[in-house]
Design a binder for this molecule. Structure first.
Ligand SMILES: C[S@@+](CC[C@H](N)C(=O)[O-])C[C@H]1O[C@@H](n2cnc3c(N)ncnc32)[C@H](O)[C@@H]1O
Length: 327
């Protein structure tokens, strides 16, 4: 079964490299696909922004079920843009595609579009980015790159080979929640420079945390990837731009795979729900008690059901939080 999966992903890569995109070979299965469709299905007109279009799995479902809406798809990865441009061609002028980081592109979109009714962000890496060896995300890659946008400046090689002990410790403990982060940071420093993910993975393997089901390098690689792509900064930037957008009547859905990201989304949605922003210790309200931007659709995040987890293991750690602006 594993072997078949491997051959399947190899053939998809070959197809994409040749730019002969067969739409039966979709390199990424969208998570929480039923829930995403459900939460947007009431939107009958206007525009929905997919901030992480990737391979257009969610975008396709939304365009199919909401037949009058327009969609703006954003991604920073040219390979994803090329694939999705073809995949979404049947929807013709209902679709606009933009390349760039969503923290910045969302600001532009909010300024230009006046009827945005929904926004989706499915934060993180796509299966293809993880599987494609020369992108350097996988443990056995001959590269050490990990950039989602290959034109951006910071690479995993720079992080691993030039960061100070203190900075390596910070990213390992904050972004990877690696228990023995000090030890691993000093192993990296004593054995560098590294030129491939394979070398790095072999060096840290004996010391990396041993999860029950995860590869020992997973958390260390995750931490480096988050740093390289400024993933938490991007998420904060997107939330800032939504907060300043002045959007009314828009449903915001954010899917995250990491507890730190989920916490950021949860706290921001909580803040947006609050009508009174006076200090918790204030004797009485002096702020006007009219600061709420809307409300959370539910307190608990949406999570994948068992049947989806069986079909798509990535969905196991996905959490989606939804906020209605303007209610
Ligand atoms: C998990 S995949 C999305 C998959 C997509 N929902 C689908 O159904 O095919 C995440 C995508 O978001 C993109 N991405 C991640 N962070 C980004 C950012 N800050 N700005 C723009 N695109 C980003 C990645 O390049 C990747 O293609």
């Amino acid at each position: 079964m594993l072997c078949l999966k491997y051959l399947f992903s190899k053939s998809i890569l070959a197809i994409i490299k040749k730019k002969v995109v067969s739409l039966h070979n979709i390199p990424h299965v969208p998570v929480l696909y039923r829930e995403v469709q459900e939460i947007f299905e009431h939107i009958e007109e206007g525009t929905i922004v997919d901030c992480t279009m990737g391979y257009a799995g969610h975008s396709t479902l939304i365009l199919q079920s909401n037949t009058n809406i327009h969609l703006i798809g954003i991604d920073q990865d040219q390979t994803a843009i090329d694939f999705s441009t073809q995949r979404l061609e049947p929807f013709k002028d209902r679709v606009q595609i933009r390349k760039g980081r969503f923290s910045k592109m969302s600001l532009e979109v909010f300024e230009e579009e006046n009827n945005i009714r929904g926004l989706l962000a499915d934060i993180g890496v796509s299966s293809l980015q993880l599987d494609e060896k020369d992108r350097g995300f996988s443990f056995d890659s001959d590269n050490l790159d990990m950039r989602m946008d290959p034109l951006s400046e910071l690479t995993a090689q720079t992080v691993v080979n030039t960061y100070s002990q203190k900075d390596l410790e910070r990213i390992l403990s904050e972004y990877g929640e690696v228990r023995n982060y000090k030890h691993i940071a000093s192993e990296i420093i004593s054995n560098r420079p590294f030129s491939s993910a394979k070398e790095l993975s072999q060096c840290i393997r004996p010391f990396a945390p041993r999860g029950k089901k995860i590869h020992p390098s997973t958390l260390v690689f995750q931490a480096i990837r988050i740093e390289v792509n400024n993933e938490l900064g991007e998420l904060e930037g997107l939330l800032d731009s939504i907060e300043k957008s002045g959007l009314t009547q828009a449903r915001i859905a954010i899917i995250s795979f990491h507890s730190l990201e989920d916490r950021i989304v949860k706290q921001r949605f909580k803040k947006w729900s609050k009508s009174c922003i006076c200090d918790d210790h204030a004797m009485r309200c002096t702020c006007g008690n009219d600061h709420s931007l809307g409300k959370m659709l539910s307190r608990k995040p949406y999570e994948a059901k068992n049947d989806e987890v069986k079909e798509n293991i990535r969905s196991r750690s996905a959490k989606m939080r939804v906020f209605d602006l303007g209610i």
